[in-house]
Design a protein around this ligand. Structure first.
Ligand SMILES: Nc1ncnc2c1ncn2[C@@H]1O[C@H](COP(=O)(O)OP(=O)(O)OP(=O)(O)O)[C@@H](O)[C@H]1O
Ligand SMILES: [Mg+2]
Length: 278
Protein backbone atom coordinates (compact mmCIF):
# COMPACT_ATOMS: atom_id res chain seq x y z
CA UNK A 1 0.00 0.00 0.00
CA UNK A 2 1.37 3.43 -0.86
CA UNK A 3 0.54 6.04 1.66
CA UNK A 4 0.76 9.70 0.73
CA UNK A 5 0.43 12.39 3.30
CA UNK A 6 0.82 16.12 3.27
CA UNK A 7 2.85 17.94 5.84
CA UNK A 8 2.54 21.69 5.36
CA UNK A 9 3.48 22.25 1.74
CA UNK A 10 5.75 19.23 1.59
CA UNK A 11 4.49 15.93 0.32
CA UNK A 12 5.81 12.98 2.20
CA UNK A 13 5.84 9.67 0.46
CA UNK A 14 6.13 6.86 2.93
CA UNK A 15 6.12 3.42 1.50
CA UNK A 16 4.18 1.28 3.87
CA UNK A 17 3.57 -2.33 3.11
CA UNK A 18 1.43 -4.64 5.17
CA UNK A 19 2.47 -8.07 4.10
CA UNK A 20 0.47 -11.19 4.61
CA UNK A 21 1.95 -13.64 2.08
CA UNK A 22 -0.22 -16.53 0.89
CA UNK A 23 2.68 -18.93 0.52
CA UNK A 24 5.47 -19.40 3.02
CA UNK A 25 8.39 -17.24 1.93
CA UNK A 26 11.48 -19.26 1.01
CA UNK A 27 14.35 -18.52 3.35
CA UNK A 28 17.57 -20.45 3.65
CA UNK A 29 19.27 -19.94 7.02
CA UNK A 30 22.85 -18.69 6.87
CA UNK A 31 23.81 -19.15 10.52
CA UNK A 32 21.79 -19.20 13.75
CA UNK A 33 19.55 -16.25 12.87
CA UNK A 34 16.26 -18.17 13.08
CA UNK A 35 17.03 -19.48 16.56
CA UNK A 36 18.15 -16.03 17.69
CA UNK A 37 15.02 -14.42 16.33
CA UNK A 38 12.71 -16.95 17.97
CA UNK A 39 14.25 -16.12 21.33
CA UNK A 40 14.14 -12.38 20.79
CA UNK A 41 10.47 -12.77 19.89
CA UNK A 42 9.82 -14.79 23.04
CA UNK A 43 11.47 -12.06 25.07
CA UNK A 44 10.03 -9.24 22.94
CA UNK A 45 13.42 -7.67 22.45
CA UNK A 46 13.93 -5.30 19.52
CA UNK A 47 16.12 -6.64 16.72
CA UNK A 48 18.45 -4.89 14.32
CA UNK A 49 19.20 -6.72 11.06
CA UNK A 50 22.46 -5.37 9.73
CA UNK A 51 24.35 -6.14 6.58
CA UNK A 52 24.96 -5.10 2.99
CA UNK A 53 22.25 -4.81 0.39
CA UNK A 54 20.73 -7.98 -1.02
CA UNK A 55 21.83 -10.34 1.75
CA UNK A 56 18.36 -11.53 2.74
CA UNK A 57 17.33 -9.17 5.56
CA UNK A 58 13.90 -8.43 4.15
CA UNK A 59 13.32 -12.03 3.12
CA UNK A 60 14.29 -13.15 6.61
CA UNK A 61 11.80 -10.91 8.40
CA UNK A 62 9.07 -11.94 5.96
CA UNK A 63 9.87 -15.56 6.69
CA UNK A 64 9.96 -15.08 10.47
CA UNK A 65 6.68 -13.15 10.52
CA UNK A 66 5.07 -15.95 8.51
CA UNK A 67 6.49 -18.66 10.76
CA UNK A 68 5.32 -16.86 13.89
CA UNK A 69 1.92 -16.13 12.34
CA UNK A 70 2.37 -12.38 12.82
CA UNK A 71 1.28 -9.46 10.72
CA UNK A 72 4.30 -7.61 9.33
CA UNK A 73 4.16 -3.87 8.76
CA UNK A 74 7.12 -2.59 6.76
CA UNK A 75 8.18 1.05 6.58
CA UNK A 76 10.89 1.90 4.06
CA UNK A 77 12.57 4.80 5.83
CA UNK A 78 14.06 7.66 3.86
CA UNK A 79 15.39 11.08 4.79
CA UNK A 80 11.91 12.58 5.01
CA UNK A 81 10.45 9.84 7.23
CA UNK A 82 9.35 11.54 10.43
CA UNK A 83 7.80 10.40 13.69
CA UNK A 84 4.49 11.83 12.46
CA UNK A 85 4.55 9.41 9.52
CA UNK A 86 4.95 6.56 11.97
CA UNK A 87 2.79 7.66 14.89
CA UNK A 88 -0.12 9.38 13.20
CA UNK A 89 -1.63 12.73 12.41
CA UNK A 90 -4.80 14.77 12.43
CA UNK A 91 -6.47 15.09 9.09
CA UNK A 92 -9.28 17.38 8.08
CA UNK A 93 -12.39 15.58 6.92
CA UNK A 94 -15.24 17.87 5.99
CA UNK A 95 -15.80 20.14 8.96
CA UNK A 96 -14.06 17.75 11.33
CA UNK A 97 -10.52 17.07 12.36
CA UNK A 98 -9.91 13.40 12.94
CA UNK A 99 -6.94 11.51 14.25
CA UNK A 100 -5.44 8.75 12.13
CA UNK A 101 -3.10 6.22 13.74
CA UNK A 102 0.16 5.78 11.87
CA UNK A 103 1.61 2.35 11.13
CA UNK A 104 3.72 2.25 14.28
CA UNK A 105 0.77 3.09 16.52
CA UNK A 106 -1.29 0.43 14.74
CA UNK A 107 1.43 -2.18 15.23
CA UNK A 108 1.83 -1.21 18.90
CA UNK A 109 -1.92 -1.57 19.48
CA UNK A 110 -2.47 -4.72 17.42
CA UNK A 111 0.67 -6.58 18.41
CA UNK A 112 2.16 -6.72 14.92
CA UNK A 113 5.81 -6.80 13.93
CA UNK A 114 6.95 -3.43 12.64
CA UNK A 115 9.95 -3.47 10.31
CA UNK A 116 11.73 -0.13 9.97
CA UNK A 117 13.79 -0.76 6.88
CA UNK A 118 16.96 1.40 6.65
CA UNK A 119 16.23 3.05 9.98
CA UNK A 120 19.37 5.20 9.86
CA UNK A 121 17.90 7.10 6.92
CA UNK A 122 14.92 8.37 8.91
CA UNK A 123 14.80 11.74 10.64
CA UNK A 124 16.17 11.87 14.18
CA UNK A 125 12.71 12.29 15.72
CA UNK A 126 11.92 8.72 14.61
CA UNK A 127 14.72 7.43 16.81
CA UNK A 128 13.41 9.53 19.70
CA UNK A 129 9.89 8.20 19.14
CA UNK A 130 10.94 4.57 19.40
CA UNK A 131 13.15 4.94 22.48
CA UNK A 132 10.52 4.04 25.07
CA UNK A 133 9.41 1.13 22.87
CA UNK A 134 12.87 -0.36 22.80
CA UNK A 135 13.42 -0.68 26.53
CA UNK A 136 11.55 -2.23 29.46
CA UNK A 137 8.81 0.41 29.21
CA UNK A 138 7.52 -0.83 25.86
CA UNK A 139 5.38 2.24 25.46
CA UNK A 140 4.69 4.82 22.80
CA UNK A 141 4.16 8.47 23.60
CA UNK A 142 1.81 10.20 21.18
CA UNK A 143 2.68 13.82 21.73
CA UNK A 144 -0.12 15.22 19.58
CA UNK A 145 -2.69 13.42 21.75
CA UNK A 146 -0.76 13.76 25.00
CA UNK A 147 -1.20 10.00 25.43
CA UNK A 148 1.11 7.16 26.28
CA UNK A 149 0.10 3.72 25.10
CA UNK A 150 1.45 0.40 26.33
CA UNK A 151 2.52 -1.98 23.61
CA UNK A 152 0.44 -5.10 22.99
CA UNK A 153 2.27 -8.10 24.44
CA UNK A 154 3.01 -9.46 20.93
CA UNK A 155 4.34 -6.17 19.54
CA UNK A 156 7.87 -6.38 18.23
CA UNK A 157 10.15 -3.82 16.67
CA UNK A 158 12.64 -4.84 13.99
CA UNK A 159 14.90 -2.46 12.10
CA UNK A 160 17.46 -2.85 9.37
CA UNK A 161 20.69 -1.03 8.86
CA UNK A 162 23.27 -1.16 6.11
CA UNK A 163 26.60 -0.29 7.73
CA UNK A 164 29.13 1.75 5.79
CA UNK A 165 26.72 2.12 2.92
CA UNK A 166 28.37 5.00 1.11
CA UNK A 167 30.37 8.16 1.66
CA UNK A 168 28.52 10.40 4.06
CA UNK A 169 26.38 7.48 5.15
CA UNK A 170 24.27 7.82 8.19
CA UNK A 171 25.38 6.06 11.32
CA UNK A 172 23.30 4.90 14.24
CA UNK A 173 24.32 6.32 17.60
CA UNK A 174 25.65 3.77 20.11
CA UNK A 175 22.82 4.72 22.47
CA UNK A 176 20.38 3.64 19.76
CA UNK A 177 22.28 0.56 18.59
CA UNK A 178 22.57 -0.75 22.11
CA UNK A 179 18.81 -0.94 22.42
CA UNK A 180 18.71 -3.74 19.87
CA UNK A 181 19.79 -7.33 19.61
CA UNK A 182 21.85 -7.24 16.44
CA UNK A 183 21.88 -9.96 13.81
CA UNK A 184 24.48 -9.69 11.09
CA UNK A 185 23.81 -10.72 7.47
CA UNK A 186 26.65 -11.59 5.14
CA UNK A 187 27.09 -13.36 1.84
CA UNK A 188 26.35 -17.03 2.43
CA UNK A 189 28.78 -19.90 1.88
CA UNK A 190 29.01 -21.04 -1.77
CA UNK A 191 26.92 -24.14 -1.10
CA UNK A 192 24.10 -22.22 0.57
CA UNK A 193 24.20 -19.39 -1.92
CA UNK A 194 23.90 -21.72 -4.87
CA UNK A 195 20.99 -23.51 -3.17
CA UNK A 196 19.28 -20.14 -2.77
CA UNK A 197 19.77 -19.37 -6.46
CA UNK A 198 18.49 -22.79 -7.54
CA UNK A 199 15.45 -22.50 -5.31
CA UNK A 200 14.62 -18.95 -6.31
CA UNK A 201 14.96 -19.42 -10.03
CA UNK A 202 14.94 -23.09 -11.06
CA UNK A 203 18.37 -23.00 -12.73
CA UNK A 204 20.66 -26.04 -12.52
CA UNK A 205 23.12 -26.54 -9.70
CA UNK A 206 26.01 -26.25 -12.18
CA UNK A 207 24.86 -22.84 -13.37
CA UNK A 208 24.14 -21.62 -9.84
CA UNK A 209 27.65 -22.67 -8.82
CA UNK A 210 29.15 -20.74 -11.73
CA UNK A 211 27.30 -17.60 -10.71
CA UNK A 212 28.45 -18.00 -7.12
CA UNK A 213 32.05 -18.44 -8.28
CA UNK A 214 31.80 -15.22 -10.29
CA UNK A 215 30.40 -13.42 -7.27
CA UNK A 216 33.14 -14.64 -4.97
CA UNK A 217 35.81 -13.70 -7.46
CA UNK A 218 34.43 -10.14 -7.70
CA UNK A 219 33.91 -9.94 -3.91
CA UNK A 220 37.60 -10.64 -3.46
CA UNK A 221 38.65 -7.87 -5.85
CA UNK A 222 38.72 -5.30 -3.06
CA UNK A 223 41.10 -3.12 -5.08
CA UNK A 224 38.18 -2.14 -7.34
CA UNK A 225 36.87 -0.01 -4.49
CA UNK A 226 33.23 -0.81 -5.22
CA UNK A 227 30.86 0.72 -2.66
CA UNK A 228 28.96 -2.54 -2.47
CA UNK A 229 29.88 -5.75 -4.16
CA UNK A 230 27.88 -8.59 -5.77
CA UNK A 231 24.89 -9.46 -3.61
CA UNK A 232 22.85 -12.63 -3.61
CA UNK A 233 20.06 -10.51 -5.09
CA UNK A 234 22.13 -9.75 -8.21
CA UNK A 235 22.92 -13.44 -8.67
CA UNK A 236 19.26 -14.36 -8.34
CA UNK A 237 18.40 -11.72 -10.92
CA UNK A 238 21.06 -13.00 -13.34
CA UNK A 239 19.80 -16.56 -12.89
CA UNK A 240 16.22 -15.45 -13.57
CA UNK A 241 17.25 -13.83 -16.87
CA UNK A 242 19.21 -16.90 -17.92
CA UNK A 243 16.36 -19.18 -16.93
CA UNK A 244 13.96 -17.17 -19.07
CA UNK A 245 16.22 -17.55 -22.10
CA UNK A 246 18.45 -14.46 -22.22
CA UNK A 247 22.02 -15.43 -23.23
CA UNK A 248 24.22 -16.13 -20.21
CA UNK A 249 26.89 -13.53 -20.86
CA UNK A 250 24.39 -10.79 -21.51
CA UNK A 251 22.42 -11.77 -18.41
CA UNK A 252 25.48 -11.56 -16.20
CA UNK A 253 26.53 -8.27 -17.73
CA UNK A 254 23.20 -6.54 -17.15
CA UNK A 255 22.34 -8.17 -13.83
CA UNK A 256 25.74 -8.33 -12.14
CA UNK A 257 28.31 -6.03 -13.77
CA UNK A 258 26.32 -2.97 -14.81
CA UNK A 259 24.51 -2.49 -11.47
CA UNK A 260 27.87 -2.47 -9.68
CA UNK A 261 29.70 0.31 -11.44
CA UNK A 262 29.56 3.15 -13.98
CA UNK A 263 33.31 3.15 -14.50
CA UNK A 264 34.05 2.07 -18.07
CA UNK A 265 37.37 0.38 -17.33
CA UNK A 266 36.00 -1.59 -14.42
CA UNK A 267 32.95 -2.55 -16.47
CA UNK A 268 35.16 -3.89 -19.25
CA UNK A 269 37.42 -5.76 -16.85
CA UNK A 270 34.50 -7.33 -14.98
CA UNK A 271 32.68 -8.21 -18.20
CA UNK A 272 35.78 -10.00 -19.52
CA UNK A 273 36.15 -11.87 -16.26
CA UNK A 274 32.49 -12.93 -16.21
CA UNK A 275 32.56 -13.96 -19.88
CA UNK A 276 35.39 -16.32 -19.06
CA UNK A 277 33.72 -17.78 -16.04
CA UNK A 278 30.16 -18.33 -17.21
N1 LIG B 1 19.00 -16.56 2.91
C1 LIG B 1 18.22 -16.39 1.85
N2 LIG B 1 17.22 -17.24 1.56
C2 LIG B 1 16.46 -17.05 0.47
N3 LIG B 1 16.64 -16.06 -0.42
C3 LIG B 1 17.64 -15.19 -0.20
C4 LIG B 1 18.45 -15.30 0.95
N4 LIG B 1 19.36 -14.30 0.90
C5 LIG B 1 19.11 -13.60 -0.20
N5 LIG B 1 18.06 -14.12 -0.88
C6 LIG B 1 17.59 -13.67 -2.18
O1 LIG B 1 18.12 -12.37 -2.38
C7 LIG B 1 17.09 -11.43 -2.64
C8 LIG B 1 17.40 -10.16 -1.92
O2 LIG B 1 17.25 -10.34 -0.53
P1 LIG B 1 16.57 -9.21 0.40
O3 LIG B 1 15.68 -8.36 -0.40
O4 LIG B 1 16.02 -9.90 1.57
O5 LIG B 1 17.89 -8.40 0.78
P2 LIG B 1 18.08 -7.23 1.85
O6 LIG B 1 19.18 -7.64 2.74
O7 LIG B 1 16.77 -6.88 2.45
O8 LIG B 1 18.62 -6.05 0.91
P3 LIG B 1 18.43 -4.44 1.08
O9 LIG B 1 19.41 -4.02 2.15
O10 LIG B 1 18.81 -3.92 -0.27
O11 LIG B 1 17.00 -4.18 1.44
C9 LIG B 1 15.81 -12.09 -2.16
O12 LIG B 1 14.71 -11.64 -2.92
C10 LIG B 1 16.10 -13.55 -2.39
O13 LIG B 1 15.86 -13.89 -3.73
MG1 LIG C 1 15.58 -5.16 2.33
Amino acid sequence: MDHNATNGNKTILSKIAVEVPLNPPFYKPIAKEIEVFEHTYKNKLPVLLKGPTGTGKTRFIEYMAYQLGKKLITISCHEETSSTDLIGRYIIKGAETIWIDGPLTKAVKEGAIIYLDEIAEARPDVIVAIHALTDHRRELFIDKLGETIKAHRDFMLVASFNPGYQKGFKELKPSTRQRFIAVSFQYPSPKIESEIIENETGVTEALARKLVNIANKIRNLTELGLTETVSTRLLVDAAKLIHSGLPKRLSVKVAVVEPLTDDEEITTALTDLCDLMI
